[in-house]
Design a protein around this ligand. Sequence first.
Ligand SMILES: [Fe+2]
Length: 428
Amino acid sequence: MSMTLNPGMESVFSLEATQLKFGVGAAEELGWELNRMGLKRVTLVADPMLHQFGLIDRITAILTKSGVAFDLFQDIEVEPNLASLTRAAAFATTHPADGFVALGGGSTIDTAKVANLISTHGGEIIDYVNPPIGGGRKPPGILKPLIALPTTSGSGSEATTVAVLDIPELRVKTGISHRYMRPSLAIVDPDLARTSPGGVAASAGLDVICHAVESYISKPYNERPKSKSPDDRPPYQGSNPVADIWSLQAIEFGGKFLARAVADGNDTEARGTMMLGATMAGIGFGTAGVHIPHACAYPIAGLKHTYHAPGYSRNHAFVPHGFSVIVTSPASFRYTYDAAPEKHIRAASLLRGHEIENPSADSLPDALIDLMKQVGAPSGIEALGYTEADIPTLVEGALKQQRLLAGAPKPIDGAMLGEIMQQSMKNW
Ligand SMILES: [Fe+2]
């Protein structure tokens, strides 16, 4: 890699990764980890859906056996919003603990991150939310230890600095993002993901693939203006040789195992590898960053709540995050192709599991579309309840995600986002 200093451009990147413990049976070591950290009382933030599978009882039994007291908070929204996060923060504040355990998918882990932030440092949630929607306040110091046990193979939240927040009044999704929000330890046990339905595994797995591909082709860290101080360096630094290793491995896992993981929850090899891939992609994108498909996903998930997702036994209509992301990924990567053709082709070849003959701008989009078809994803934005008349509003929503768009390998404006939305109405 080039070590040439570009005047005014960033010359430093860092890897700050969550500690990881992975494998079948890893969850049984939760008590040992809590004792090692010296935690006597924790707030257990858990998805109530997991009661039916006995997972919450299993974790509370481990806590009891290890002599760790706990308070259980399970008032989790599938799309956390200011009200639900405020309830979680109030609970954590009135039930003091010296650490947190999160058991669930991205929504649950994100809820625990915010409860930890507010109960540790006080203040209003909106003060910490990314500008322009929130005040962009930085946490004044480290948070309490948070151990995350993901039960889906998707968000990678166990490895990232971000908590996503839905603001239905503004029809927008935004978040809180700071390195102190990253969990201290991820315990990733494939046994915990066995129960999630195929539709959930499909959306979650497509999210993993987007995390990895977006990160791998994101604007290199040394093409971003130099930060004034280490404190100002964004969590999303851009692609770099270390993040690329994590992202590339996750892309390969997605190509090999996603379809199998969706077809059969008891295919432990496929589900387990997708879980590992989710965390590995989380480390990659937690360092490099996601951009165009994720920026488009926020308004696609936030604007209309009419889609009923297969496999989600929730009573309200919503677009699962992974589907909201994947639908614009073919058009996004068709647009970014000429910024780094060899990277796009490498990603396509890892997804396909073989070399690409006749490489072109369509190689990666076509590989993604084939995978979407295989796992039963919606064909585009139209299937999620939108028409072409919605494109201007969707573009307006995507343009609010400047923090993400800044990581795209090519500059992107409203007109080009409109073109991407247009191409993404139907991918086949
Ligand atoms: Fe995502």
